[in-house]
Design a protein. Structure first.
Length: 95
Protein backbone atom coordinates (compact mmCIF):
# COMPACT_ATOMS: atom_id res chain seq x y z
CA UNK A 1 0.00 0.00 0.00
CA UNK A 2 1.43 3.39 -1.04
CA UNK A 3 1.35 6.14 1.54
CA UNK A 4 0.82 9.68 0.32
CA UNK A 5 3.01 12.26 2.05
CA UNK A 6 0.57 15.09 2.75
CA UNK A 7 2.95 17.18 4.85
CA UNK A 8 3.61 20.71 3.69
CA UNK A 9 7.06 21.71 2.56
CA UNK A 10 8.90 24.57 4.23
CA UNK A 11 8.37 26.63 1.08
CA UNK A 12 4.60 26.01 1.18
CA UNK A 13 4.39 27.03 4.84
CA UNK A 14 6.49 30.15 4.19
CA UNK A 15 4.35 31.12 1.18
CA UNK A 16 1.14 30.60 3.18
CA UNK A 17 2.39 32.82 6.00
CA UNK A 18 3.37 35.56 3.54
CA UNK A 19 0.02 35.40 1.78
CA UNK A 20 -2.02 35.46 5.00
CA UNK A 21 -0.07 38.36 6.52
CA UNK A 22 -0.33 40.35 3.27
CA UNK A 23 -4.07 39.68 3.06
CA UNK A 24 -4.53 40.86 6.67
CA UNK A 25 -2.59 44.09 6.13
CA UNK A 26 -4.50 44.93 2.97
CA UNK A 27 -7.90 43.94 4.40
CA UNK A 28 -7.50 46.25 7.39
CA UNK A 29 -5.76 49.07 5.52
CA UNK A 30 -2.59 49.02 7.61
CA UNK A 31 0.06 51.45 6.37
CA UNK A 32 3.24 49.89 7.82
CA UNK A 33 4.65 46.98 9.80
CA UNK A 34 6.77 47.63 12.90
CA UNK A 35 8.91 44.77 14.12
CA UNK A 36 11.05 44.65 17.25
CA UNK A 37 14.01 42.39 16.54
CA UNK A 38 16.17 40.72 19.16
CA UNK A 39 18.40 38.96 16.65
CA UNK A 40 17.22 35.49 17.62
CA UNK A 41 15.88 32.95 15.16
CA UNK A 42 12.21 33.64 15.94
CA UNK A 43 12.40 37.36 15.19
CA UNK A 44 14.57 36.61 12.16
CA UNK A 45 11.89 34.29 10.74
CA UNK A 46 9.17 36.89 11.35
CA UNK A 47 11.40 39.55 9.75
CA UNK A 48 11.85 37.33 6.70
CA UNK A 49 8.09 36.90 6.35
CA UNK A 50 7.47 40.64 6.77
CA UNK A 51 10.25 41.46 4.29
CA UNK A 52 8.54 39.36 1.61
CA UNK A 53 5.15 40.88 2.47
CA UNK A 54 6.66 44.35 2.12
CA UNK A 55 8.13 43.53 -1.29
CA UNK A 56 4.80 42.22 -2.56
CA UNK A 57 2.50 44.87 -1.10
CA UNK A 58 4.70 47.96 -0.92
CA UNK A 59 3.78 48.30 2.77
CA UNK A 60 6.96 49.43 4.55
CA UNK A 61 8.64 47.32 7.21
CA UNK A 62 10.14 49.28 10.09
CA UNK A 63 12.58 47.24 12.14
CA UNK A 64 13.95 48.16 15.55
CA UNK A 65 16.56 46.38 17.62
CA UNK A 66 15.40 45.54 21.11
CA UNK A 67 17.43 46.40 24.17
CA UNK A 68 17.42 44.77 27.58
CA UNK A 69 18.03 46.91 30.67
CA UNK A 70 18.95 46.01 34.23
CA UNK A 71 17.13 47.36 37.29
CA UNK A 72 19.24 50.56 37.14
CA UNK A 73 18.14 51.22 33.58
CA UNK A 74 21.53 50.42 32.05
CA UNK A 75 21.51 48.64 28.71
CA UNK A 76 22.90 45.15 29.18
CA UNK A 77 21.96 43.65 25.80
CA UNK A 78 21.31 45.05 22.36
CA UNK A 79 19.63 42.83 19.77
CA UNK A 80 21.90 41.59 17.04
CA UNK A 81 19.74 43.05 14.30
CA UNK A 82 20.93 46.65 14.31
CA UNK A 83 20.37 46.75 10.55
CA UNK A 84 17.30 44.57 9.95
CA UNK A 85 17.85 44.25 6.20
CA UNK A 86 21.36 42.87 6.72
CA UNK A 87 20.17 40.36 9.34
CA UNK A 88 17.36 39.04 7.15
CA UNK A 89 19.30 39.07 3.88
CA UNK A 90 21.92 36.71 5.26
CA UNK A 91 19.27 33.99 5.10
CA UNK A 92 17.49 34.95 1.87
CA UNK A 93 18.46 36.35 -1.49
CA UNK A 94 16.45 37.63 -4.43
CA UNK A 95 16.84 35.35 -7.42
Amino acid sequence: MDMVDDRLTHAEVFETLITRVADYLVKYGLKSMVLGVSGGIDSTIVAAICHEVSKRTGIPLIGRSLTMKNSEGEIIYVGKAIVLKNRVSQYFSDK
